[in-house]
Design a protein around this ligand. Structure first.
Ligand code: CMC
Length: 375
């Protein structure tokens, strides 16, 4: 075997009609609709509909779809009880992974992979992600979970459950926009993990659980949380350049920079940067935005790397008053729409995903009986 590519870089593993990206031009589309148009004009609900139905909804379709999402927000009470038994040291991503896995046991027929049943399950999963994440945020802090809203969009409900009161509409709109921009991203690591699991004809809960596991790592969705921790260590704009010089000297990875596909600015980062600036101005506190700008300039100058989606989302969520541990779960609350769209696509035209490995171990090794192997 030859042509082995570690990390499957630039390997085209399957056909998909959901998301297109051009890393050289920094272009991203969902079913042909430009991410900039979606970021400016769409909502998370409309974007999720687009991902599952391959077309933007009419007003009536969107209203019905939104109502169905709202109706599916509650968690089975036994899962809430189960969450009370978990160690409070568990991270929100660990709990999300565990509870999504357990949800299959509350589905009367998780193996039914008909399109109608799969779409219904996808809707249920998207609706319930914020409920799980925010319930855990309250439980691990010794508080009772806040029941989901019976109206309002995904973003408003997320912030409402977190704060226990209706959020500032400006913040809810920004979070909605962030959800739109995180909803899908072609064959990223977590989507691939989800599709690999779905391609064995495992159920959707197993597939989404695989995807959550992949997203949690710091090279993928876990990067946003690490970005905020780095900004806090840097603490102010004037320290940024020296910090980055040191980090590069120590061969550290700077979180929120670099991308496997983009060779220019990640189009989502453009909107998140503007949101970070706007939030700084609103709070009359430009510290996090300006520190981010200095870090961005230093990494560009010293390593030639561009920011990715995780960089400015960190300061955006922080300035919204969202606990840092929820940064990656926010990503998951949106990307679950893309994961499930890809799982639907996988089920509709399935073939087992089973690549090969180029063997680099010893060719022949004699079997030595255990008595002859020494102590
Ligand atoms: N900081 C420092 N050096 C970097 C970085 C970084 N963030 N990203 C890439 N490089 C360097 C790397 O050291 C290597 O240099 P050299 O050739 O001298 O050894 C070169 O760039 C190529 O790196 P690579 O690891 O082979 O590139 P990759 O395509 O495998 O990795 C990546 C892509 C996103 C994992 C990587 O850029 C990275 O680790 N970034 C930091 C983590 C991060 O922000 N992840 C979020 C990714 S985007 C959204 C998401 O998926 O959540």
């Amino acid at each position: 075997m030859s042509n082995t590519t570690d990390g499957l870089e630039d390997v085209v593993a399957l056909h998909s009609h959901i998301c297109d990206m051009d890393g050289r031009l920094g272009k991203l589309t969902y079913f042909g609709v430009d991410i900039h148009d979606l970021a400016r004009n769409s909502s998370f609900e409309e974007t999720a509909y687009l991902l599952w139905y391959a077309a933007l909804p009419t007003r009536t379709q969107l209203a019905n779809f939104t109502q169905q999402l709202i109706a599916n927000r509650a968690l089975p009470p036994r899962l809430l009880e189960m969450m009370h038994l978990l160690p409070t040291s568990a991270t929100p991503m660990e709990v999300l992974r565990t509870i999504v896995s357990a949800l299959s046991m509350f589905d009367s027929d998780p193996q039914d992979k008909s399109l109608a049943a799969s779409r219904q399950r996808a809707l249920r999963l998207v609706a319930v992600f914020p409920t799980i994440i925010i319930a855990w945020e309250h439980i691990r802090n010794g508080r009772e979970p806040v029941a989901p809203l019976t109206d309002g969009n995904h973003a408003t409900n997320f912030l409402y459950m977190l704060k226990g009161e209706m959020p500032d509409p400006v913040l809810a709109n920004m979070l909605d926009k962030a959800f739109v921009m995180h909803a899908d991203h072609e064959l990223n690591a977590s989507t691939f993990a989800g599709r690999v699991t779905a391609a064995t004809l495992a159920d959707m809960y197993a597939s989404v659980t695989s995807a959550i596991g992949a997203l949690s790592g710091p090279l993928h969705g876990g990067a946003n949380e690490q970005v905020m921790r780095m900004l806090m260590r840097i603490s102010e704009p004037a320290q940024a350049h020296a910090y980055i010089v040191d980090a590069i000297k120590n061969k550290e990875r700077i979180m929120g920079f670099g991308h496997r596909v983009y060779r220019t600015e990640d189009p989502r980062a453009t909107h998140l940067r503007a949101m970070s600036e706007e939030l700084g101005k609103r709070a009359n506190d430009m510290r996090w935005y300006e520190t981010s700008r200095e870090v961005e300039a230093a990494v560009k100058e010293l390593k030639g790397l561009y920011v990715n989606v995780d960089f400015y989302s960190a300061s955006v969520y922080y300035m919204m008053g969202i606990p840092i541990e929820l940064d990656t779960p926010i990503f998951a609350s949106s990307r679950v729409a893309g994961w499930t769209a890809h799982i639907l696509e996988q089920y509709s035209n399935n073939r087992l995903i089973r690549p090969r490995a180029e063997y680099t171990g010893p060719k022949v090794t004699e079997y030595t009986p255990i008595e002859q192997r020494g102590e």
